[in-house]
Design a protein around this ligand. Structure first.
Ligand code: NAD
Ligand code: MG
Length: 289
């Protein structure tokens, strides 16, 4: 592990209002989030492991992919086709670190795509060791009377159904001692009033993590969760927060600032690594206190 970000820089950073259409591109953000590409120092903790990562183009998933490559893993990334530019940047970073990477764009809201994604991962690197589920959707709506059925279905399909579909598709191809890592949020326990649909999916994810941890332990597969607090990613500026909240992001944490994606990646490294062989059904909060 390493010190991922320069604390002084982060403390001085400002996070101005800025808006992009969903899903947003990280390269167009001001400031550009820290993905750990130059600051993360690996210690071979995932040497020659193989990881399939969703939401891997930007934000937290991207920082995880880059940390995994620093730690010696090869990766397959899923993301939406509109995010190709960000994904190509990750491909360059991972390749320059000397690891293999395959990009598999596609929409996880289609159950059939989960099977295609797993099939493409298997054809790239064979059966794999780590499944990291980071993809998610968050769209702020202040009044439940304005929460459309389309959004409700979309949020649940993206955040919950796709997670179950992908785990089902991946299980026959997870190596012994495999690891599944899901992504919840502090919203699971302390929901904001304008994230009714999103926050409840994040509670469901924690619950699913715990039941699957029990179900899959006899198969020697561990299932754990990371619950981030406010992290500076495209999520925040592509509809996830009302614009007026963007400059305030993270100010209500003990640390008084949002986290950077590189500061979250270490939890995903730990849970996938040989250090965590007796850890399952757990949630690690990375939330600034
Ligand atoms: P992000 O926008 O960088 O990542 C979200 C990713 O989800 C996108 O890059 C996209 O590739 C993927 N995605 C969305 N819909 C998809 C679909 N239909 N098919 C395939 N992929 C799809 O933002 P992020 O903040 O890094 O979000 C990653 C995860 O972290 C999410 O699950 C989010 O709930 C969680 N999280 C984020 C924060 C935060 O403050 N940023 C806090 C708590 C939890
Ligand atoms: Mg993205």
């Amino acid at each position: 592990m390493t010190k991922n970000v320069n604390e002084t820089d982060v403390a001085q950073n400002e996070f101005p209002k800025q808006e992009q259409p969903e899903p947003g591109l990280q390269k167009k953000m001001t400031p550009v989030p820290d993905d750990g590409s130059t600051s993360y120092i690996g210690h071979g903790r995932l040497k020659n492991k193989k990881a399939l990562i969703t939401g891997g183009d930007s934000g937290i998933g991207r920082a995880v992919a880059i940390a995994y490559a620093h730690e010696g893993a090869d990766v397959v990334l899923n993301y939406l086709p509109a995010e190709e530019e960000d994904a190509q940047d990750v491909k360059n970073i991972v390749t320059n670190l000397g690891r293999r990477i395959a990009l598999v764009p596609g929409d996880l809201r289609q159950e059939t795509f989960s099977q295609q994604l797993v099939a493409q991962a298997v054809s790239f690197f064979g059966d794999f060791d780590i499944l990291v589920l980071v993809a998610g959707k968050q769209h702020a709506v202040f009044d439940i009377e304005d929460l459309s059925t389309d959004q409700l279905v979309d949020t649940y399909t993206t955040n919950v159904f796709s997670l179950v579909w992908l785990i089902k598709a991946a299980l026959p191809h997870l190596n012994k001692a495999g690891s599944i890592i899901t992504t919840s949020s502090v919203q699971a326990k302390k929901p904001l009033p304008y994230l009714v649909d999103y926050a409840s999916t994040k509670a469901a994810i924690r619950n699913i993590t715990e039941s699957l941890a029990k179900q899959l332990a006899p198969r020697n597969i561990r299932v754990n969760c990371v619950a981030p607090g406010p992290i500076w990613t495209p999520f925040q500026i592509a509809g996830g927060q009302p614009q007026e909240k963007v400059p305030e992001l993270g100010k209500n944490t003990a640390m008084g600032r949002p986290g950077q994606p590189a500061e979250v990646a270490g939890a995903y490294v730990y849970l996938a690594s040989g250090d965590a062989t007796y850890v399952t059904g757990e949630t690690i909060h990375v939330a600034g206190g």
